[in-house]
Design a binder for this molecule. Structure first.
Ligand code: HTL
Ligand code: MG
Length: 652
C-alpha cells in the first residue's frame, strides 16, 4: 500500500502529515510514468510539476480555490490527485479523459485550456470576480517559462501589477518551452536563478525543513538574510517592476520549501509571483536528458524507455521543402512561434540558423515580424499550426492582408488533430482566412503538390496560405526546386469523370472521395486544391451539367470550403443541388481523427453510403443530416468507441 492508494480525493492528501509529502510525490511521479508508458501523453511537463502539484493540493482546496494551470499539459498529477486516477489510462483516447484541464471534466479544473499564456488573465478575472462577489477563495495561476513568452501573459501581469488583486502566480521555470525557451526574459530568469539561495541547494532544503511554519522572525540569521534576498523588491527584477511581489527562486522539487512559501504568500495581500525552478522530465532519466523528445510521448516500455518515431510526416515534407526554398533564394526566412519540432524545422534551423527565427509562444509576433520582413524585401514563411494561427488573426488581417505583403503561411495540423482535442483542432482557418482580401488559400493532397504550392506561393508573392493536415505523407522524390512540379494557382484538378454526382475534395478528403467513388461511372471526383481563389470556371461547368455537387472537407462547415462553393453558386445564380459535408456547428473533442471523420459523415465509408443515398434518391429530403450523433457529450468527452492509432495520440 502506497500513500497514493489512499488518496481518492485531495482531502485524503490533506490529512497526511507534512513528512509524508515527499513519498506522495515519488509515488505520484511513478504513477505518471506508468500512465504515460501505456497511454502516451505530456510526460515531461507533468513530471516536472509533481512537487508543486502535491504542495498546492496539500495546502489548498482546488474545488473551491481556483488553480489555473497554463496550457494544462502539466496536470497529470493534478488529475490523479483529484479523483481521476482510475481513468488516467484513458487519457487522450476517444471517450477518455482530456489531455488538458477541462472544466466539464472535474470541479477541480478551473479552466478548459490547451493554448498557452491564458492562465494569468483568466486568474486575474477570477480574482476580480471573487472580490466583486465578496468571496474569499484563493486564485493561483501556474504558468511555465515558455508560456510566459506570450504577450497575453505579459500584458495580464502588467494589469495585475496595476490593479493588485490578491492572487499568486507560480512561475514554473524549467528553461524549456517545447524546445529550449527563447527571449530576453528567459535570460533574466537565468540571472535570478544564480542567486546564492539556489546555488546552495542542499543547505537550503535542510534549512527549509527546519524552518517550515516558523515565522520569518524565528528563523536563524542565515536563513533571515536568505529570506531577505528572497523577498527582495530589487528594482532590476522584471516582475517586481511590473508591480508584483517577487518571491524566489525556490527549488521546485523541494515539496517542503514549496509548501512553506506558498503558505506564507497566502497570508499576504496583493499579487505575488513565486518563481519555482524545476527540471522538465524530473525523475525519468531519458526525459531529463532529452526533454524535447519526451515533451510528448507515445506509449513506451517503462523498463527500457525508447521514443518511437512517427515516420515521414507532412511536417517533415514541409521542413525539407523549406530547406530547398531557402537554399535557392537567400531572401527566404522561416519563422516559428515555438514549434520547431512540431513544424518539422529541426533540420532547417541547423541548415539556415541565420534565416530561422523562433519568436516564442507569440503567434502575433511571428505574423507581424514576417510582415516587417516582407516590407523590407524578404520572403518570410510563417510556419504555424492552424489552431495557433487563431492567435495571430488580427495580425494577418491588419499587417499582411491590407498591405498585400509577400508572406507565406505554412499551416500545419489543419483538420482534426487527435489526442490534443477541442483546443487544438485546426478546423477554423479556412473560414477566417477566406474572408481576407489579397490572401489566398491552398491545400495539397500529397507532398509533391505541397512543395509545388509553396514554391508558387513564394514566386507569385502576396499573402498565400498553404495548409496540410497532421500525420504521415508520401515522400516526394528528391529534386532541385526548379524541377518541382508546376501548379497553376487557383486551378482544381479533375481526378475522375462522373455523370451524375461530383465529389469535391480538399487535401485528405480527396482520397476519401476517390475511395467512395470507386469505379462508379456516375460519380466524379475533383481535387479542389484551392479554396481561394476557387476554380470558378470548373465548378460552374460542373454545375451547368446538372449533376449534384458534394463538397467534402475536414473543417467547420460555417465559412469553410463548402460555403465557398455555395457562395459561388448563389452569386452566379446556379440552382444546383449541393451537399456540404464537414463539421457542423459543434466542438469536436479528442479522438481518433479517422474514426471521427466517419462519424462526422465524411470518412470514406460514410461518404460511400451518402453517395449511394444521394444517387438512389433515398436521402431524406430537407433533413439536416450534418454530423448526426457525433460530438461531445456535456463532459466534452467523445461518445464513440476507441479505434485510435498511436500516431494521432502523440501529443504536440
Ligand atoms: N502556442 C499556443 C498559443 N499554445 C500552445 N499550447 C502551443 C503553442 C504549443 N505548446 C504546447 S506546450 C508548449 C507549447 C509551445 C510549451 C510550453 O512551455 P512551458 O511549459 O514552459 O509553458 P513546459 O512544457 O512545462 O516547459 C502544447 O500545445 C501542449
Ligand atoms: Mg517550461
Amino acid at each position: 500500500m502506497t500513500p497514493l492508494d489512499d488518496i481518492h480525493d485531495p482531502a485524503d492528501l490533506k490529512r497526511l502529515p507534512r513528512s509524508e509529502l515527499p513519498r506522495v510525490a515519488d509515488e505520484l511521479r511513478a504513477e505518471i510514468v506508468r500512465v504515460c508508458s501505456r497511454a502516451g501523453g505530456h510526460l515531461a511537463s507533468s513530471l516536472g510539476a509533481v512537487e508543486l502539484t502535491v504542495a498546492l493540493h496539500w495546502l489548498f482546496d482546488s474545488a473551491r480555490d481556483r488553480f489555473v494551470w497554463d496550457v494544462g499539459h502539466q496536470t497529470y498529477g493534478h488529475k490523479i490527485l483529484t479523483g481521476r486516477r482510475d481513468a488516467m489510462p484513458t487519457i487522450r483516447t476517444p471517450g477518455g479523459l482530456a489531455g488538458f484541464t477541462t472544466s466539464s471534466e472535474s470541479v477541480h479544473d478551473a479552466l478548459t485550456v490547451g493554448h498557452a499564456s491564458t492562465s494569468v488573465a483568466a486568474a486575474f478575472g477570477m480574482a476580480l470576480a471573487r472580490d466583486a462577489r465578496g468571496q474569499d477563495h484563493r486564485v493561483i495561476a501556474v504558468i511555465g517559462d515558455g508560456a510566459l513568452t506570450g504577450g497575453m501573459a505579459l500584458a495580464a501581469l502588467n494589469q495585475i501589477g496595476h490593479v493588485k488583486p490578491k492572487m499568486t502566480v507560480v512561475l514554473n521555470d524549467n528553461e524549456m518551452s517545447i524546445s529550449e525557451n527563447v527571449g530576453a526574459l528567459n535570460h533574466t530568469m537565468r540571472q535570478l536563478q544564480v542567486k546564492p539561495w539556489v546555488q546552495d541547494a542542499e543547505a537550503r532544503s535542510k534549512r527549509t525543513l527546519e524552518g517550515v511554519y516558523a515565522p520569518l522572525a524565528e528563523l536563524g540569521s542565515r536563513a533571515k538574510s536568505a529570506a531577505r534576498r528572497f523577498f527582495d523588491p530589487a528594482s532590476d527584477n522584471p516582475f517586481h517592476a511590473m508591480g508584483l511581489r517577487y518571491v524566489g527562486p525556490v527549488d521546485g522539487h523541494d515539496v517542503h520549501a514549496l509548501a512553506y512559501y506558498l503558505e506564507h504568500i497566502d497570508r499576504l495581500d496583493g499579487p505575488t509571483m513565486l518563481h519555482v525552478v524545476t527540471r522538465k522530465g524530473k525523475g525519468l532519466e531519458v526525459a531529463e536528458a532529452d526533454p524535447i523528445t519526451w515533451h510528448g510521448a507515445s506509449a513506451f516500455d517503462p523498463d527500457r524507455p525508447v521514443h518511437v518515431g512517427k515516420g515521414y510526416a507532412w511536417s517533415d515534407a514541409f521542413g525539407d521543402a523549406a530547406i530547398q526554398l531557402a537554399d535557392a533564394d537567400d531572401r527566404v526566412w522561416v519563422l516559428t512561434p515555438a514549434m520547431r519540432e512540431g513544424s518539422g524545422l529541426v533540420a532547417y534551423s541547423k541548415r539556415h540558423p541565420d534565416r530561422y527565427l523562433d519568436v516564442g509562444i507569440a503567434e502575433d509576433v511571428a505574423v507581424t515580424t514576417a510582415a516587417g520582413m516582407a516590407l523590407q524585401g524578404l520572403k518570410p514563411i510563417v510556419a504555424i499550426y492552424s489552431t495557433f494561427l487563431q492567435r495571430g488573426f488580427d495580425q494577418v488581417v491588419h499587417d499582411v492582408s491590407i498591405e498585400n505583403l509577400d508572406v507565406t503561411f505554412a499551416i500545419d495540423r489543419a483538420g482534426l488533430v487527435g489526442g490534443d482535442g477541442a483546443t487544438h483542432q485546426g478546423v477554423y482557418d479556412l473560414a477566417f482566412l477566406r474572408a481576407l482580401p489579397n490572401l489566398s488559400v491552398a491545400m495539397p493532397r500529397d507532398a509533391r503538390q505541397m512543395r509545388a504550392m509553396l514554391r508558387e506561393a513564394q514566386r507569385l508573392g502576396g499573402p498565400k496560405a498553404v495548409r496540410w493536415p497532421r500525420g504521415s505523407v508520401d515522400v516526394a522524390p528528391e529534386a532541385p526546386v526548379d524541377a518541382w512540379d508546376a501548379i497553376e494557382w487557383g486551378r482544381a484538378e479533375v481526378l475522375k469523370e462522373g455523370s451524375e454526382l461530383w465529389l469535391l475534395g480538399l487535401g485528405p478528403t480527396v482520397g476519401y472521395a476517390l475511395e467512395a467513388a470507386g469505379d462508379d461511372p456516375r460519380v466524379g471526383v475533383v481535387d479542389a486544391r484551392f479554396v481561394k481563389p476557387l476554380d470558378a470556371a470548373l465548378i460552374t461547368r460542373l454545375a451547368r451539367s446538372g449533376a449534384r455537387l458534394v463538397t467534402v472537407e475536414d473543417h467547420a462547415l460555417p465559412g469553410g470550403f463548402g460555403s465557398a462553393v455555395a457562395e459561388l453558386l448563389a452569386d452566379r445564380g446556379l440552382a444546383v443541388p449541393l451537399t456540404r459535408l464537414g463539421i457542423a456547428d459543434r466542438i469536436v473533442p479528442h479522438g481518433d481523427p479517422k474514426a471521427q471523420h466517419e462519424e462526422l459523415g465524411y470518412g470514406p465509408r460514410a461518404l460511400a453510403r451518402r453517395v449511394r443515398e444521394l444517387l438512389d434518391g433515398t436521402e431524406p429530403s430537407g433533413a439536416d443530416r450534418t454530423n448526426v450523433g457525433v460530438g461531445a457529450s456535456r463532459s466534452g468527452v467523445a461518445t464513440h468507441a476507441a479505434t485510435s492509432g498511436a500516431d494521432d495520440r502523440t501529443p504536440n
